[in-house]
Design a protein around this ligand. Structure first.
Ligand SMILES: NC(=O)c1ccc[n+]([C@@H]2O[C@H](COP(=O)([O-])OP(=O)(O)OC[C@H]3O[C@@H](n4cnc5c(N)ncnc54)[C@H](O)[C@@H]3O)[C@@H](O)[C@H]2O)c1
Length: 252
């Protein structure tokens, strides 16, 4: 087991990529606090516990500092220390800048970017005191390449890649590694609103060979494998990296 004795907070863990990261971390011997705005996390964490996982749910809105502070209090009580933080929660509301409201713009940046600032600054002092840690931020292939009618989302994902690099520079001397996983099209419901603008999810999935040279969508479990690697000591020399897990999408 690659994460034995380690502890983690995973945000946006009620479903999708966050759920699979929590599942794989637990399988590798890690104790996990699964945080999410959605109460559905109660059920998904229960499902994991039934398989023997040490995983508990905590409802939190990671875009709000008061909620983050409550989450950190809960996690400190449950875990004692936090070795790994996965900043995964995000929203994806499509539109060009002429289609997006100011409220949607602000909310996108609060949930996607500000949450990483709030969560990381709450966890880093404990990691510094404990001699190190691993922070994994979920960027996107859109951290590198844009897409039509996705202005708020792609720009927020660009910011996350640079935030990851800035944090890596600031905290590497204290043994805290910060990396950014940048997935291509992962088969969750996350992209549905954007896909609706282009004929719906099924239509977009038919074009997947054009989108991904590997000819298929990515499974959330494939993102989770990269997260396990980055969280583990196997990645001890990797920090400040953007790691694309995109089926070749950004190679074109
Ligand atoms: N699905 C993809 O194709 C894809 C591609 C590239 C990057 N990503 C990134 O991967 C991450 C996870 O994506 P996913 O596909 O699993 O999405 P998802 O929609 O399935 O899961 C996101 C989770 O975040 C939670 N969440 C939203 N706002 C929150 C808040 N304020 N506080 C706490 N939790 C909140 C949601 O309730 C949900 O459970 C995101 O950062 C996303 O940008 C996804």
């Amino acid at each position: 087991m690659r994460l034995t004795g380690k502890t983690a907070i995973v945000t946006g863990a009620a479903r999708g990529i966050g759920y699979h990261i929590s599942r794989r971390f637990a399988e590798e011997g890690c104790s996990v606090v699964m945080a999410d705005l959605s109460e559905a996390g109660e059920e998904t964490s229960k499902r994991l516990r039934e398989t023997g996982a040490d995983a508990v749910f905590c409802r939190a809105d990671v875009s709000r500092n008061d909620s983050v502070e409550e989450l950190i209090r809960f996690a400190s009580k449950k875990l004692g220390k936090v070795d790994i933080l996965v900043n995964n929660a995000a929203i994806n509301i499509p539109g060009s800048i002429l289609e997006l409201s100011e409220e949607v713009w602000d909310r996108t940046y609060e949930v996607n970017v500000k949450s990483m600032f709030l969560m990381s600054r709450a966890v880093v002092p404990g990691m510094q005191a404990g001699g190190g840690g691993s922070i994994i931020n979920l960027g996107s292939a859109n951290s590198y390449v844009a897409e039509p009618r996705l202005a708020a989302y792609v720009s927020s994902k660009g910011a996350i890649l640079m935030l990851s690099k800035a944090m890596a520079l600031d905290f590497s001397p204290q043994g805290i590694r910060v990396n950014c996983i940048c997935p291509g099209w992962v088969d969750t419901t996350f992209n549905d609103l954007h896909a609706d603008l282009f004929g719906g999810r099924e239509e977009v999935l038919k074009d997947i060979a054009q989108i991904h040279p590997i000819g298929r969508a990515i499974h959330p479990a494939e993102i989770a494998e990269t997260a396990v690697f980055l969280a583990s000591d196997e990645a001890s020399a990797i920090t400040g990296a953007g790691i694309v897990v995109d089926g070749g999408y950004t190679a074109k």
